[in-house]
Design a protein around this ligand. Structure first.
Ligand code: SDX
Length: 387
């Protein structure tokens, strides 16, 4: 048997925890201090002063736009929104009970067939494709939601920004300014987050010199999991299950006895409260003060308080992550729960595409190794002698 012990690599870090894969200048995350920066700008500064479209420009181009650059971006993004008619036909043929996340994953892949530049990996073509996907996946979600409820899709409005236009396409009513602002802030806050699982999946695909639609399809499939992008849906399901603030503590205690994870709590990198939580709470508070419907917000606040006081959670630095307050915010905006992960994708499409640009600009195939722990040099046993 060959001497494999001498070259035995270090034990693998399960889930690549703590591993640094490559340099990036898109987002900075300090998990100990609870800091998130997009291209050097603190997320709280951007949440207070910026907009989702301006942040998309920042993430794609590396700097905040001038007024002229922002206006040009706005004009371009509106021209990119129209969905090929064939896609609407396909959406009509899908099962009404299809998972909206799976519908969006399939649609991203199908949209490649109707994008004349799908096989062009030049930076300029990729930038145009990213702009088209940004508008198109919003239309896919709004149209599918209406079709599955027996309504006609509603065309986009070029006079509305991205968030307000989505609400218009979803509801067919003039979007409430406060709701549009809250959704715009939500989209801004979730636009990028370093090498999270779905972004890393996009980079791995891009590193093979594959195409943008393939990379974003990989990312969308990765976001679908409840440990990542579907946690926001699971978090809302748990709030609905709790039902009212007085039920939070008994629900929490029962969950601990069964080892149930509290969705929206805990993070691989943040060991303090997610810095995106505060701006989300601020917007949610504005909404509930206007609508008077405090139920879900109060449940979330109470659950966060209880988790913070719990020794098991405290000892493991388990704090509220971005999904914990995204869930009641989206619910308060009237967004259907099973589309929350698609809302996450509507924001993260900007980060995913920015990371594809960065990967392709200075690429090397991403190919880690495994630490083989299986047997060696086994003898061949004829099938009649097995078992
Ligand atoms: C997002 O990576 C990103 O940046 C992601 C994201 C982004 O913007 O892209 O921030 C978005 O995906 C946020 C995370 C959403 N997921 C959830 O809310 C699901 C619930 N959280 C977890 O399952 C968990 O915290 C993870 C998946 C987020 C992180 O898992 P890790 O780092 O692999 O930690 P682990 O599973 O090894 O848990 C460590 C310990 C375990 O206990 P012990 O074995 O020490 O006894 O903490 C416990 C876990 O059981 N634990 C939890 C818990 N999360 C971890 N216990 C109860 N409830 C939880 N939510």
């Amino acid at each position: 048997m060959s001497d494999v012990t001498a070259t035995k690599p270090a034990p693998a870090a399960k889930g690549m925890a703590g591993m640094v894969i490559s340099d990036s200048s898109i987002s900075f995350v300090d998990g100990a201090a609870g800091i998130l920066e997009y291209r050097g700008h603190d997320i709280r500064q951007l949440a207070e002063h910026s907009s989702f479209e301006e942040v998309a420009y920042l993430l794609w181009n590396g700097h905040l736009p001038t007024a002229a650059e922002l206006e040009e971006m706005r004009m371009e993004s509106r021209s990119c929104r129209p969905l090929p008619g064939e896609i609407v036909t396909i959406l009509r043929q899908l099962p009404n009970d299809a998972s909206p996340t799976a519908v969006m994953r399939s649609s991203i892949s199908i949209l490649a067939h109707y994008d004349p530049e799908s096989e062009d990996n030049s930076p300029a073509a990729n930038r145009r494709k990213a702009c088209r996907l940004l508008g198109q996946i919003a239309a896919v979600l709004a149209h599918f939601e209406r079709i599955r409820n027996g309504h006609y899709p509603i065309e986009q409005r070029a006079d509305l920004d991205h968030a307000a236009n989505f609400l218009w396409m979803l509801n067919g009513a003039e979007p409430d300014p406060m709701a549009a602002k809250a959704l715009d802030q939500y989209l801004l806050l979730l636009a990028d987050h370093e090498f999270n699982a779905s972004t890393f999946a996009a980079r791995v695909t891009a590193s093979t010199d594959s195409d943008l639609h393939s990379a974003i399809t990989s990312a969308m499939g990765t976001l679908k999991g409840p440990l990542h992008g579907a946690a926001v849906q699971e978090a809302m399901v748990q709030f609905l299950e709790i039902g009212e603030s007085s039920n939070v503590e008994p629900w929490f205690i029962k969950g601990k006895t069964t080892g149930r994870r509290v969705m929206g709590i805990g993070h691989r990198v943040y060991k303090v409260r997610d810095p995106r939580a505060e701006p989300l709470v601020h917007n949610l508070e504005m909404l509930v003060n206007a609508t008077g419907e405090r139920q879900w917000f109060d449940i979330a606040r109470r659950l966060e308080e209880i988790a913070k006081e719990d020794p098991y959670f405290r000892d493991r630095n388990l704090s509220a992550n971005v999904d914990f307050y995204s869930a009641p915010l989206l619910y308060s905006l009237g967004i259907p729960v099973d589309t929350f992960t698609c809302m996450f994708a509507m924001s993260r499409i900007v980060g995913w595409t920015a990371h594809v640009f960065e990967q392709m600009a200075d690429n090397r195939l991403i190919r880690p190794q495994s630490n083989y722990v299986g047997p060696h040099d086994l003898p061949w046993v004829p099938i009649e002698e097995r078992g």
